[in-house]
Design a protein around this ligand. Structure first.
Ligand code: ADP
Length: 268
């Protein structure tokens, strides 16, 4: 623990002196360190694409100016790097929005089956570009969860995007919506959304750290994968806000399974 000593003159009286108060500022210190790390990370993540953009602009103004093929290629690279920055800024904004009102629990009834279908439709072209089959396993009727529809959509979107990205070309990604069983309903939780892939999986020691901001498994830092490292941090905050749980399981070499367990809508 870190302590801070505060000296204050004693109130007037026959004797002069000071009172020393000790405060435990461990939390305060680590919050400060976290904020500094965060700013350093953001700056680093933005600087990399920004340096590339400035470099491409220089090339476009100079050597590539009179070469249409080269210009075209550099414009495409420019677009890719600018896209990375845009994604990073968008993710940072959603993260701060979610953190801001983490204490306020959203309670609008959200139909999870329709929501999952919507996400699958939106991501169909991303999946087919990677030859990934999106398979949905939904119950007959609608399953309601008290929550914020936009945020729950973001949770499912981030998990399915990851499963497509890391699940491997030509494989299947399955999204399952499970109804609360009689026993779990008693505990007030139980609507399960499971996103599983058949990818390379995640080594056990990485799993507890995946929801940290900017944490990525080594092999996935490459620019071609194109993530921001914020997707699962956003998922965790949204799930917390909904008083839910996120479970991550993986068998290296066989695939990963991300399960979000949300409190079911209580009737009446
Ligand atoms: P990113 O933008 O890098 O995808 P995320 O926060 O969404 O960031 O995920 C953090 C890291 O967790 C990823 O970089 C990747 O290493 C790992 N990861 C996430 N989902 C999967 C998955 N389905 N299979 C394997 N690794 C995954």
């Amino acid at each position: 623990a870190t302590w801070r000593a505060v000296a204050a003159p004693l109130p007037m009286g026959p004797r002069r002196g000071v009172a020393l108060t000790f405060e435990d500022i461990t939390d305060f210190e680590s919050a400060g360190r976290m904020r500094r790390d965060f700013v350093a990370n953001v700056s680093h993540e933005l600087r990399t694409p920004l340096t590339a953009v400035l470099g491409f602009v220089e090339t476009l103004k100079g050597p590539a100016r009179s070469d249409p093929a080269a210009s075209g290629r550099f414009l495409e690279l420019l677009e890719r790097e600018a896209g990375r920055m845009a994604r990073l800024v968008a993710d940072l904004l959603s993260l701060s929005r979610v953190e801001e009102n983490e204490r306020l629990r959203p309670r609008t009834p959200v139909g999870m089956a329709a929501l999952i279908q919507g996400v699958a439709e939106t991501l169909a072209s991303v999946a087919s570009a990677d030859e990934v089959t999106l398979s949905l396993d939904l119950p007959e009727g609608e399953v309601l969860v008290p929550g914020d529809e936009g945020q729950l959509r973001q949770v499912v979107t981030n998990l399915v995007e990851n499963a497509i990205k890391y699940g491997g070309r030509g494989r299947t990604v399955t999204v399952t919506l499970g109804l609360p069983g009689p026993e779990s309903a008693l505990r007030g939780d139980g609507v399960r959304v499971t996103v599983s892939d058949e990818g390379e999986g995640i080594a056990a020691h990485h799993i507890p750290r995946l929801t940290e901001r900017f944490y990525r498994v080594d092999g996935h830092r490459g620019r071609e994968v194109g993530g921001t490292g914020l997707g699962l941090a956003i998922v965790k905050h949204i799930v917390n806000r909904h008083r839910g749980r996120l479970r991550i399981e993986s068998k290296p070499g066989q695939g990963s399974r991300f399960t979000v367990i949300l409190p079911a809508m209580v009737e009446g």
